[in-house]
Write a protein that binds this ligand. Structure first.
Ligand SMILES: Nc1nc2c(ncn2[C@@H]2O[C@H](COP(=O)(O)OP(=O)(O)OP(=O)(O)O)[C@@H](O)[C@H]2O)c(=O)[nH]1
Ligand SMILES: [Mg+2]
Length: 273
């Protein structure tokens, strides 16, 4: 092969490579685009609460195979489930995403909600909580849970009807599992603290409306919360636009009927059947 042939051959290979990259990018863009139009349910919550176990359990209702065990997730699990569970004849595909629990991923989670799933397609959020007192009593546990709830509600409550949450109080099979009303009260008290700290900071949008310069983003969030929680009142989940349901269960013991029903109700309400 002479020099000219070698140059021509490398040019040809280069061109093929460019075409291949273009083809792959184009196709993955298309599949992302169609995925992001699918109505979606999101599973979030602190780490080790049982999110991935629930994700696979829900998939197994659709007769998909369960993995024998889960490890702490570093990446989201992103798939499809057929809903409603209770009526196979009218099932349609819904996207379901299990997002890892570490607080350090919160910015990524917000990006996923706002830019990938989009609030329009988000049909509900399952917030999984490990109900064992062993877990709840860990230092800063409740605070970390409510920080995440606060961050996500600060986005979802911007919608006129908010987004519905299912607080899936998991691991009720454990002997030290706390009753659901106790968990709800702990979360409510902690949320109240976060909200009032936020609103009493000086700046615009909160209760103490002075003209210090604050970022616009902070101001909108504070304005939103000042409308949700009237001055001198304590936060209650019932004040939110989205429907907030607390339901006990256990993925391990297969006690997830209440949670299945919650999905089915959302799907019927969604009207997309
Ligand atoms: N006792 C009990 N254990 C459970 C239950 N559900 C899940 N687990 C266990 O809890 C551990 C954590 O479960 P995962 O599903 O991996 O938790 P995760 O929320 O996905 O955790 P990260 O990915 O780290 O955020 C595993 O050992 C599960 O077997 C339950 O209902 N009861
Ligand atoms: Mg996981």
């Amino acid at each position: 092969m002479d020099g000219v042939q070698k140059v021509l051959l490398s040019l040809l290979l280069g061109l093929l490579l460019v075409l291949l990259i273009f083809y792959i990018q184009n196709n993955s863009f298309k599949s992302n685009k169609s995925k992001s139009k699918t109505p979606t349910f999101l599973i979030i919550g602190s780490n080790n609460s049982g999110k991935t176990s629930l994700y696979y359990k829900l998939k197994s209702i659709n007769k998909e195979e369960l993995p024998t065990s889960t490890i702490s997730s570093l990446e989201p699990n992103d798939g499809l489930i057929q809903l409603p569970f209770s009526n196979e004849a009218i099932q349609k595909p819904f996207r379901i995403v299990d997002f890892p629990g570490h607080l350090k991923y919160t910015t990524l989670l917000k990006k996923l909600i706002l830019e990938d799933i989009t609030l329009d397609n988000l049909k509900g959020i399952v917030f999984v909580i490990d109900s064992s007192s062993n877990s709840i009593n860990q230092e800063n546990k409740i605070k970390n849970i409510t920080k995440l709830i606060f961050e996500i509600l600060s986005q979802t409550e911007k919608l006129p009807n908010g987004i519905d949450f299912l607080f899936a109080v998991n691991k009720t099979d454990l002997f030290d599992s706390l009753p659901i009303h106790r968990i709800k009260t702990l979360l409510q008290t902690s949320m109240n603290e976060i909200i009032h700290n936020e609103l009493n900071r000086s700046g615009t949008g909160g209760y103490d409306d002075d003209d210090e310069i604050e970022s616009d983003k902070d101001d909108t969030v504070r304005q939103l919360w000042s409308i949700i929680v009237p001055k001198d009142q304590s936060f209650r989940f019932e004040m939110l636009e989205g429907n907030m349901e607390f339901k006990p269960g256990s993925v391990l013991k297969n006690k997830i009927e209440d949670w299945e029903n919650w999905f089915d109700e959302r799907v019927v309400n969604y009207g997309g059947m």
